[in-house]
Each structure stands twice: as C-alpha cells, then as structure tokens.
Design a protein around this ligand. Structure first.
Ligand code: ADP
Ligand code: ADP
Ligand code: ZN
Length: 216
C-alpha cells in the first residue's frame, strides 16, 4: 500500500507525537494533529470562545471547531496521513467515518504513572515542534532545541493538575474509541512502554502487517 491512512490512538503522553514523526519520515504521509493546530490558534475567537479556555483546563475543545480543522487537513492529504490526537470522542469518530477511510488504528498502551512522568517532564520547541523530555530524552544543551536552537518551553497544560484532568477526560471520552475500532477490525495494540526505538520497531511491524493484509 503506497498511501497509508493511519490513526494513532493513545492517552496523552503515550508517545503519539514522537512516533508520528517516525511515521512521517518512513511513509512520507501528512501529520494531522489537532493539538498543534489548536495551539497555533489558541486565542482565535470561534463561535464557542477561544480554544485556550478549554485547553488550559485540560478539557476537549468543542467538536465543530476540531472537525473543521480535520476536514481541511484531510483534503490536502492525498499521499496518506497519520492522525494524532483526533478523534477524541465517539461523535468525532463518527464524523471521521464519513470523511475518510482508515487502514489501521495502532493503540499505544502506557500505564498511568508513566504517562504522568512523561507529561510533566515534557519540553517542546515552540519554533519547530520537536519534543523532548527532561530525563528520558533531554536535548544536548539544557532547554535548547537540538534541531533549531530555540529555547524550549513547557506546555501550559503539562502541569500535574491539568495532566490528571486530561487523563480522566481520556478515560471518559476517548477510551470508548478502543471498542469502536476493535469492532471494525482496525485496532492493533502496541506496547508503548519501551524506549522510543523499541516502540517504533513494534509500531512499524504493526503498520506493515496491517497494510499487507489490508482489504481482506
Ligand atoms: P503524546 O503526543 O502522545 O502526548 P509525546 O510524543 O509528546 O506524547 O510524548 C510525551 C513525552 O514523553 C515527551 O516528553 C516525550 O519526549 C516522552 N516520550 C515519548 N516516547 C517515550 C518513550 N518511549 N519513553 C520515554 N519517554 C517518551
Ligand atoms: P496530548 O496528546 O499531549 O494530550 P494534544 O496536543 O493532542 O495533547 O491536545 C492538547 C489539547 O488540545 C487537549 O487537551 C484538548 O484541549 C485540545 N484538543 C486536541 N485535540 C482535540 C480533539 N480532537 N478534540 C477536542 N479537543 C482537542
Ligand atoms: Zn526547534
């Protein structure tokens, strides 16, 4: 299959952004990530207020706002895509069903305590989007991006309190999608607790497997 359509599922901090970079490099697909798109437009007024009002509390931004972002991105993604951070509830999944075909839904499995460690130690580059971790994946120079030299920042929502809220929002709204994609025969569990390289090894095999047997 030349233009894979991959939906990467997993809780906040599971490594979706980190692994999406590998998927993009290997398959040349578009990275569609509602989180990045919303962060770039945090203070834009929508019919539902500013995205910031939801994001800084760890709540979901209303469906019409994110659905619109995704439809526009899908229209440009002729060469396949990796979806990261969308859908996050059943109504978004049903909306996506009407707008795209998905080949495989890898689920990155990571335990709660590890997610909290990963999110509270995450540092990101505001310029190029590279992601680091103070302990698990530090940049060469503290707080400086290896890729572009910019000063790294901590996301507003990567504080312990907001992280806990985001994990409950995931359990309540997003976890039901596991069953949704299982019923469609698309779900493939991947152990997300190893090193980034180990996870990528397993994820890549999962994708290759799914693409080789696709359409059966
Ligand atoms: P998500 O997009 O699912 O929220 P990220 O890819 O941003 O997750 O990863 C969350 C944090 O965990 C980042 O700081 C990242 O550097 C770190 N991280 C990602 N994958 C791993 C891994 N396999 N082991 C340890 N830390 C990881
Ligand atoms: P992570 O995967 O690390 O939790 P994201 O960058 O994907 O974080 O999302 C950050 C925030 O952006 C979410 O907590 C939520 O407020 C908002 N957001 C991102 N994607 C969606 C979505 N599909 N639906 C609703 N809100 C979203
Ligand atoms: Zn950078």
């Amino acid at each position: 299959m030349s233009n894979p359509r991959i939906l990467l599922l997993g809780p906040p901090g599971a490594g979706k952004g980190t692994q999406s970079r590998n998927v993009v490099e290997t398959y040349g697909v578009d990275h569609i990530t509602t989180g990045d798109a919303l962060r770039a437009n945090k203070d834009v007024e929508t019919d539902y207020g500013k995205p910031r009002e939801y994001m800084d509390k760890g709540e979901l931004v209303p469906d019409p706002v994110v659905n619109e972002i995704v439809v526009a991105a899908l229209e440009d993604a002729d060469g396949g895509f990796v979806l990261d951070g969308y859908p996050r509830n059943l109504s978004q999944a049903e909306f996506l069903d009407e707008h795209a075909t998905i080949d495989v839904v890898p689920l990155l499995d990571v335990g709660r305590e590890e997610l909290i460690r990963r999110l509270t130690g995450r540092r990101v580059c505001p310029e190029c989007g590279a992601t680091y971790h103070v302990a698990f994946d530090p940049p060469e120079t503290t707080d400086v991006c290896d890729e572009c030299g910019s000063a790294l920042i901590q996301r507003d929502d990567d504080t312990e309190e907001t992280v806990r809220e985001r994990l409950s929002v995931y359990e309540e709204n997003t976890a039901p999608l596991i069953e949704f994609y299982e019923e469609r025969g698309l779900l493939a569990r991947v152990d997300g607790e190893g090193t980034p390289e180990e996870v990528w090894h397993d994820l890549r095999l999962t994708i290759e497997d799914a693409l080789a047997t696709g359409g059966q």
